[in-house]
Write a protein that binds this ligand. Sequence first.
Ligand code: NCD
Length: 311
Amino acid sequence: MTSDASLLGLRGLDRAAITSILDRADALLPAVAGAPVADAGSRVSAVVGLVFLEDSTRTRCSFETAVHRLGHRPVVLSGRGSSASKGESLRDTAANLAAMGLDALVVRCSQAGGPRIVREATGLPVVNAGDGRHEHPTQGLLDLSTLRSRLGSLEGRRILIVGDVLNSRVARSNLHGLSTLGAQIVLVGPPSLVPWRLADLAPNIVVSHDLDAVLETADAVMMLRIQRERDAGRAVAADYRQAFGMTTARAATLPDGVPILHPGPVNRGVELDDGVLDDPTRSLVLDQVRRGVSIRMAVLERALAAAGGSS
Ligand code: NCD
């Protein structure tokens, strides 16, 4: 390996590294629809392990598609149906995959820090596909890519992140990435899900418990799913939608052109009303999904180049 191009989080990734991944992903966007990969160089076909020990729809299919579009081959392992269900540790699972000669690993797990353990156990390049409440860096990058395509430079732009920030690895990656690119971040939600202390996580963050009070200042609004599997349900009041949901009535008060994002899966009628999610002038949700593939292609290229898998 020439250098470690693992991607464990956006915390600590500098502006140049983020921008270079975003730029490469833009160049790869036509390949998402099947066009030849731009500037592919001379590739050696690699085998990429996709270790998904937590449920996933978008992220897993997106990584798998990215591997195929790059001309590599995926080996997919999920929690159910693997020896993880017999109690095998993440470290042992990873060491066994490395012994099979895999070139890189993509890891999703409920354990914060799991991808770092895998990197240390195997020495392979590792991409974090979401670890507990910690980070989800490729989601953060695809959100940055989507925002940049709509807003241009993010310097000084005001991005609202609304909902279950406390339990969200998506929010955590986004606030590091947005902060590094110079955006202003407003974290919005009930005090149980958006405590004041979250403002200390990165520069340029403020906290608000009143969505309507900050809505008119937004350049973009990112809604988050209530993480019921991480116990957030208990902290959410019955009137959550009225206070913090992007209802049709609330969306109508947003200035024209302010886009709405959501990482999925959406709880329709809780975080977003049907009419908002399905409004192509407002909702960037499917553009996020499309860009997810190009971002993962760019991140995998970077990881495999370091491992000697392509030139
Ligand atoms: C997110 C996740 O799993 O962290 N989903 C995704 O990867 N698109 C967000 C969520 O589950 O709420």
